[in-house]
Design a protein around this ligand. Structure first.
Ligand SMILES: Nc1ncnc2c1ncn2[C@@H]1O[C@H](COP(=O)(O)OP(=O)(O)O)[C@@H](O)[C@H]1O
Ligand SMILES: [Mg+2]
Length: 283
């Protein structure tokens, strides 16, 4: 196994008196997909904000390529090769595809007072890079990003990160708003990035998507690392259980089964379940 590209040691993040992340230690390796799993509010986005330079950790350390690193801003993180694609591709709907691809790094033509954004070049590169990711329907870089589908926007953002030489690519729920076909395409693009030796951190709720492309899995529960395992070490059921807070679901299933046994297979209504699960609070 290769040396970690990114290493977190005992990272904590609090907002005031609220501890959102506690003691997160993780290693991210080149050419691997790390799936970050967890229920809503578990702290996934907060962890990503720490990794992408939006927030500094309250305590704990980050290392990149074996050297200590600290990010004061998102610019710092991207200078270290960390690219983050926020949900919905993080793009601006009213920007052209070409400009969006180069935002913050605009190519120019001309010189001095005549220097201006090279629209044609930007559009051509953006279209070419999207084509390399299998997006063939987009042929005009002057079109607005708002006209792209969700999957195409993800491809634009991922293509951009790869083009500018990211070695860690962070994707926050890239498939959440997509249909099956588009989600599959985005997963293919993730595999392409992985093949290039990029370390991918994929945040997802979808266990199927995670199991399809993941090499390494980390499950967050209430801000703590509840599990950290590699492909093949856990079954789908175990992963689903971990994500759903396991015990709560098992309890609900047992309640339904008991009721069905006692009531000729009928399904209990919600108030009946509530009475059984919390007998002292009702009735
Ligand atoms: N700026 C903030 N101030 C206070 N609490 C926050 C802030 N940002 C997030 N939180 C809290 O941190 C917890 C984790 O949030 P988040 O990282 O967004 O979770 P996830 O992405 O896993 O759904 C939540 O309880 C959320 O309310
Ligand atoms: Mg989130």
């Amino acid at each position: 196994m290769s040396a970690p590209l990114l290493k977190l040691t005992n990272v904590c993040k609090s907002y005031g008196t609220t501890d959102v992340l506690t003691d997160i230690s993780l290693e991210v390796r080149p050419g691997e997909v790390l799936c970050l799993l967890g229920d809503n509010g578990a702290g996934k986005s907060t962890l990503i904000k720490v990794l992408s330079g939006f927030h500094e950790p309250t305590s704990g350390t980050l290392e990149i390529g074996g050297a200590p690193a600290s990010f004061k801003s998102p610019r710092d993180a991207s200078a270290h090769g960390i690219a983050t694609v926020h949900q919905f591709g993080g793009t601006f709907p009213l920007m052209s595809i070409g400009r969006s691809f180069f935002v913050g790094a605009e190519p120019t033509k001309g010189w001095g007072p005549l220097k201006r954004f090279d629209r044609k070049y930007a559009g051509e590169v953006a279209v070419r890079e999207m084509r390399a990711l299998g997006i063939t329907r987009v042929t005009d870089g002057d079109r607005l990003v708002g006209g792209l589908s969700g999957g195409e926007r993800q491809a634009l953002a991922i293509g951009r990160a790869v083009y500018f030489g990211a070695n860690v690519l962070i994707l926050d729920e890239p498939t959440a708003a997509l249909g099956v076909k588009e989600a599959t395409h985005v997963l293919r693009i993730i595999m392409q990035a992985r093949q290039k030796g990029i370390a991918v951190i994929l945040v997802t709720h979808n266990v199927t998507h995670a199991m399809t492309v993941g090499d390494h899995f980390a499950v967050l529960i209430r801000g703590a690392l509840a599990a950290d395992f590699r492909k093949g070490e856990r079954t789908r059921e175990e992963i689903t259980d971990l994500m759903a807070g396991g015990e709560a679901m098992a309890e609900l299933e047992a309640e339904i089964e008991t009721y069905q046994r006692e009531h000729a297979g009928h399904v209990p209504d919600p108030s009946e379940l509530e009475r059984r699960t919390h007998p002292k609070q009702t009735g």
